[in-house]
Design a protein around this ligand. Structure first.
Ligand SMILES: [Fe+2]
Length: 492
């Protein structure tokens, strides 16, 4: 039976665009060409039909955003107008109880006075605070002039306006102080980690600033400047400009990650955390820490403990000794919510960085249970995961009891390493999902924690894989002391 001829030019183009198919196209007869073309057309039609079907039935179709860093000329990284104008403005809590802030900024071209003018009325700056200035070099990069200024003796629950810089280069911002330390003081934290500076990072930030969050608990890995060949210190500057839309207006409680270590002996850089420590001040002395890498703050109804995953923490180290004392200082009558931040998660079922938090779990998990820690937030793994309340404190090398067990006295462990950096998502999880894992998803996003009163908090995870804001996980947490009225007395 003769095969009816049909127009094959477009199919011929597809075939000729491929080396192997082009060879076949040249060698085969016209009938074979027509049959081959029909097979290809059928395949294309089937793909179209199945694609349309899955688009209707799938609840979520992810669009791939580029994971490259935002180009330096993009408006989101723009240098502010005015000669040597202050840039990369960021504030953090400046004391133990929230009546002070540290205001930091960079002047790129010249040293200037480290002065902040501030007051309770817009454009009326009746007070002035003086700070200090620093800078550093890193291989072939020379930083701008980094200013840190403590503004203290503030009133609670008050909006302050502040100005830095002078003349045409002056810039103005504002911040709101938290309520006084009170067990029923409502307060909303954002939780962000591993942010970087891609368009996914920008999406996370844009969604966070609309979330109602009043302060960010940051769980480490900031700029990812170390991802550049020979390290690109300029990417620390662009990151500071990217996040300024939030950091200039509310305190971010800083913590470091592995991308802040920047130990690069091949470049002659052997002091660890050099850019991070120059740029991001923490109020560590107020909590009697001897290092800006680990410290604690109290804010509204929360006591927040910041631990450094990449600083020594085994028995007898300064961080270990400090944490032991800090846990004794926690007064749950004043701050019923006890929250710990670290970079490397102690419980994660993602293939990426699996078990990397085990050494800190061995060191501190027993204390977290004894002291009724409510929540432990971590980053590092570029995905989202929330655990059930579990513990593995019975595990000893010889006990054989090595599997985590349900434990109502244990914290909930939450990984929020999904800010959106250039390394992309960690999408491979252990299969099957282990019992300790309550919810997990490899998507970009951020979390919010609304402390309602001394007993209840509303926790939410917001994902933004495709640039859209979607509420993807929501839990009402009961305070640990409400469930277990017995208060622990001290670490072992
Ligand atoms: Fe990390």
């Amino acid at each position: 039976m003769p095969v009816r001829p049909f127009h094959t030019s477009s199919v011929q183009y597809i075939f000729q665009g491929n080396g192997v198919l082009a060879t076949w196209w040249r060698r085969c007869s016209s009938e074979m060409r027509i049959r081959g073309s029909l097979v290809l057309l059928m395949h294309v039609l089937l793909c179209l039909v199945s694609g349309a079907y899955s688009g209707r039935t799938s609840s979520y179709v992810r669009n791939e955003f580029p994971s490259d860093d935002i180009p330096l000329e993009h408006e989101s990284l723009a240098v502010p107008n005015g000669h040597n104008a202050p840039q990369q403005v960021h504030i953090t809590q400046g004391d133990y109880d929230g009546k002070a802030v540290i205001i930091s900024w960079v002047t790129a071209l010249e040293p200037t006075r480290s002065e902040v003018f501030y007051g309770e009325q817009e454009k009326h700056y009746d007070r002035k605070a003086k700070g200090r200035m620093t800078n550093y070099t890193f291989y072939d990069y020379r930083s701008g002039y980094i200013h840190h200024c403590l503004v203290d003796s503030l009133e609670y629950n008050t909006k302050y306006y502040y100005k830095i810089g002078t003349g045409d280069s002056a810039r103005e911002f504002w911040f709101q102080t938290p309520p006084a330390i009170d067990p029923d003081a409502p307060y909303t934290f954002g939780i962000i980690g591993d942010l970087g500076q891609t368009f996914n990072s920008l999406s996370t930030l844009q969604h966070y600033v609309k979330s109602g969050g009043q302060s960010v608990l940051y769980v480490g890995d900031l700029s990812y400047a170390d991802k550049y060949e020979d390290n690109d210190g300029g990417r620390w500057d662009s990151w500071g400009r990217l996040v300024e839309r939030s950091t200039a207006y509310q305190p971010w409680i800083w913590n470091s990650g592995n991308h802040e270590i920047e130990y690069m002996p091949d470049l002659g850089e052997t002091s660890t955390f050099k850019p991070y420590l120059h740029r991001y001040a923490t109020p560590y002395l107020a909590s009697k820490s001897n290092s800006p890498m680990w410290y604690a703050v109290r804010r509204a109804s929360a006591h927040i403990i910041v631990l450094s995953s990449y600083s020594p923490f085994v028995k007898f180290t300064p961080q270990y000794k400090w944490l032991k004392k800090e846990l004794k200082r926690v007064d749950r009558e004043e701050t019923p919510w006890l929250i710990v931040l670290m970079h490397v998660p102690m419980y994660s079922s993602n293939d990426a960085h699996y078990m990397e938090g085990e050494s800190m779990r061995v060191a501190f998990e027993e204390w977290f249970i004894k002291y009724d820690v409510d929540l432990v937030f971590a980053g590092h793994v570029h995905a989202y995961e929330r655990s059930h309340r579990v513990s593995n404190v019975d595990y000893k090398v010889t006990s054989g009891s090595r599997y985590p067990v349900p434990d109502e006295s244990a914290p909930v462990y939450i990984t929020v390493g999904d800010g959106g950096n250039t390394e992309g998502l960690a999408s491979r999880f252990n299969d099957p999902q282990p019992d300790y894992s309550a919810f997990r998803k490899a998507s970009y996003g951020h979390s919010t924690l609304q402390l309602k009163n001394r007993t209840h908090a509303v926790y939410q995870w917001h994902r933004n894989d495709d640039g859209k804001h979607v509420l993807a996980d929501k839990v009402v947490f009961h305070n640990q002391l409400e469930e277990r009225p017995c208060v622990a007395t001290g670490p072992h």
